[in-house]
Design a binder for this molecule. Structure first.
Ligand code: KG4
Ligand code: ZN
Length: 338
């Protein structure tokens, strides 16, 4: 069979990314232009600024992806693009670029769900991984437990009722004055802290419920910090980071391992920006081993937003015959199990 080269574009949040992926598993190029520094001054992503920055760099990023792949546009077989969920103005930049390329080069266009892309990042890192499996997807905007029935075919089992895990990390980091994005900083700092020094509430949802909730935990940290500020007492950021991380990791892991047990699933996959978290990766690895569950997570650079994961996902949609028309639009609230 001929090789299928997919040019993929991702602009759902604050990364302008383009990649070329061969046969869904081999990354020929993976260019990510991050806007993090621009948004840092505001303590989070400003949607209007994100859209404008995407427009400024998108053509350059796409060209670089082609050059680094050592290909020409003639050797591309299809264009894949994230069309949701995400920030509408940001998504529209990628979708418009992808539609223009598909039209100009007369190539098939494939619309990709952003979270589906995060899951597919694992197919790049693990050449032997195939569905079905259970996946815990934890990012800045989503926290899902998803049963992956087949490539790009999902059943949603649980999701967050309020904040996403990454969002909680970012908000806690903001109150501790640690900057944006908060996840990597808290993760690092937590290694120097003592979680037992601070009591945070254990989040319990009803039995048989696979949903998450992080806003209570976030509020508990915020209240704890404000209380110390009012009393003029010293705030130990490392201990707070350790206690917060322990609590997030145990909520996520307990739930997803419970689903594995109850549904007798022995293959577990981690995905999304928070999949880069050292505590979560280590804990799930250890606990999976104890339970004879095969555990997979993406290599670190494929955890946070990138276009290689979109290229992998688009390939599986391509071989299943999925095609989008030039009327493809950005869908900020796109569901994964629609
Ligand atoms: O998947 P992603 O790049 O963007 C979305 O789709 O939302 O995830 C970004 C999120 C941010 O909230 C960031 O703080 C979090 O992932 N993150 C982490 C770590 N690295 C990134 N959270 C915890 N620990 C990390 N090491
Ligand atoms: Zn993402």
């Amino acid at each position: 069979m001929n090789n299928i080269n997919i040019l993929a574009i991702e602009t759902s949040c604050d990364e302008t990314a383009a990649a070329v992926v061969q046969n869904g598993r081999v990354v020929l190029s993976n260019v990510v232009a991050s806007q993090i520094e621009i948004h840092q001054v505001y303590g989070g992503v400003v949607p209007e600024i994100a859209s404008r920055k995407h427009i400024e760099v998108i053509n350059q990023v796409i060209n670089q992806a082609i050059v680094e792949a050592n290909l020409t546009f003639k050797e591309i077989d299809a264009i894949g693009v994230t069309y949701g969920p995400g920030l509408v103005g940001a998504l529209l930049v990628g979708v418009s670029a992808a539609k223009s390329l598909a039209w100009a080069l007369d190539l098939p266009l494939i619309g990709v769900h952003h979270i589906s892309g995060h899951i597919s990042a694992n197919y790049i890192t693990h050449s032997d991984l195939k569905p079905p499996f259970l996946c815990l997807v934890v990012s800045g905007g989503h926290s899902h437990i998803v049963y992956v029935k087949d490539y790009c075919k999902y059943e949603l089992i649980g999701c967050t009722r309020d904040d996403a895990a990454g969002e909680a990390y970012d908000k806690v980091a903001r109150v501790l004055g640690l900057g944006y994005p908060g996840g990597p900083v808290i993760d690092k700092l937590s290694l120097q802290g003592d979680a037992s020094k601070i009591k945070l509430p254990k989040i319990r949802l009803k039995n048989g419920d696979y949903d998450f909730s992080f806003s209570g935990l976030k509020t508990a940290v915020v209240n704890y910090v404000h209380n110390l500020v009012q009393k003029n007492e010293i705030i130990n950021n490392a201990d707070i980071a350790a206690a917060f991380q322990k609590s997030v990791v145990s909520q996520l892991s307990d739930k997803v391992l419970k689903v594995c047990e109850e549904k007798q699933i022995n293959r577990l996959v981690l995905a999304g920006g928070v999949a880069a978290n050292s505590g979560l990766r280590n804990h799930l690895e250890t606990e999976s081993q104890k339970r004879n569950i095969d555990f997979y997570c993406p290599e670190l650079k494929l955890c946070t937003d990138n276009a290689a994961m979109i290229g992998s996902d688009a390939y599986y949609r391509y071989v299943q015959g999925e095609r989008a028309t030039l009327s493809l639009n950005a869908m900020p609230q796109l569901k994964i199990d629609a």
